[in-house]
Ligand binder design. Structure first.
Ligand code: ATP
Ligand code: MG
Length: 334
């Protein structure tokens, strides 16, 4: 009896021990598998990150395929499609660059064509000017008052044409080269007065008065030729965009660092959304007012003032009779 009990117990113990060994082996295997899965996942994440940073040659390896076949296939095909897209983008980029180059070439051809044309136009226009002067000086016989009046009109339009052609040519010249300033110690009040006097006949035609104030009497370092071009452009704009029979105020003042030349006209304003375009090359609203304009005046003026280390600022507001536009040329005192 005892003998058979001991036998049963021994068998039970052996069975238990055997089960334990099998269980612990299974547990070990499971743990290994888990570790393997974890490492494989880590590897896949590493591949994804490597692709994210631009290494498009990276792929999920064969080992990972054995552990996560579906995931590995998806990741690899995702990388393939990224590579395809990258190639497509590169192709588009090449295409785009070629198109940009072609456009640049066309633009250059257009600019050269306009520059040559403008230059060639200048000759007959100047010849016409000389001929008109001869006629007005009675070199071809005495003229009646009506004939003279007609010729004076012709001379004015001829003058406008000369100015237009000159401004276009000047722009091409300045486009090709950097603006080279010849700065001198100039009497800015005198420069302003001389320019205003030159502009007076044009203002008189529209019955616009030009007023000038100054609170600054020192000299400044600037290129007088270029500065006069800026002032002429700004005053001409002020006259052109003024209400008839109004006025243009021109003031000179300063603070510790800068001088400020303020040119104000009344009537038309520049809309806030248009302000950012007025210095662009060829931006003009002149045609709206049945005037001739190249849209180069402010573009050139801005470049000249910047070459001096300054800037042009604009304030334009109000409506109807209260409306005003002020262009301020800010120039460093030195
Ligand atoms: N004083 C001003 N008052 C109102 N609008 C102005 C004034 N000055 C310039 N503008 C606006 O800015 C635009 C650009 O001026 P810009 O001097 O460059 O060209 P433009 O006068 O039209 O032509 P151009 O100077 O070649 O004869 C003008 O067409 C106008 O719309
Ligand atoms: Mg202008």
């Amino acid at each position: 009896m005892l003998g058979s009990l001991v036998l049963i117990l021994t068998v039970a113990i052996l069975f238990l021990a055997g089960s334990l060994i099998v269980l612990s082996m299974k547990y070990k295997k499971l743990k290994n598998l888990q570790r393997k899965k974890k490492n494989t996942l880590r590897g896949i994440i590493k591949t994804i990150n490597s692709v994210r940073y631009g290494n498009l040659y990276e792929r999920v390896n064969d080992e990972a395929f054995q552990v996560f076949p579906n995931l590995s296939r998806s990741v690899n095909s995702m990388i393939e499609s990224i590579v395809d897209r990258e190639d497509m983008i590169k192709e588009y980029q090449n295409d785009l660059n070629k198109k940009i180059d072609a456009l640049k070439e066309i633009e250059q051809l257009k600019e050269d064509f306009v520059a040559t044309l403008t230059h060639d136009l200048k000759v007959p226009i100047l010849a016409e000017k000389n001929m008109l002067n001869f006629l007005l000086d009675n070199k071809f016989g005495e003229l009646s008052d009506r004939q003279k009046e007609a010729l004076i009109h012709l001379k004015n339009s001829n003058k406008e044409l000369v100015e237009l052609v000159e401004i276009i040519l000047e722009t091409y010249k300045l486009n090709e080269t950097k603006i080279e300033l010849h700065k001198e110690n100039i009497d800015i009040n005198r420069t302003l007065e001389e320019t205003i006097d030159q502009m007076r006949p044009i203002a008189d035609t529209d019955s616009i008065s030009l007023n000038y104030w100054s609170e600054f009497y020192n000299r400044i370092n600037a290129d007088e030729f270029y500065l006069k071009r800026v002032l002429k452009n700004l005053i001409l704009n002020a006259i052109s965009f003024s209400s008839p029979q109004s006025k243009v105020d021109i003031a000179l003042c300063n603070d510790d660092q800068n001088i400020y030349i303020k040119i104000t006209n009344y009537g038309k304003t520049i809309k806030p959304q248009e302000l950012k375009y007025v210095f662009d090359k060829y931006y003009t609203t002149a045609k709206k007012f049945r005037k001739v304009g190249t849209g180069l005046g402010l573009y050139l003026s801005n470049r000249i003032v910047k070459a001096h280390g300054g800037e042009i600022t604009i304030e334009s507001k109000g409506d109807d009779s209260q409306a005003f536009t002020t262009f301020v040329v800010v120039l460093p005192q030195n």
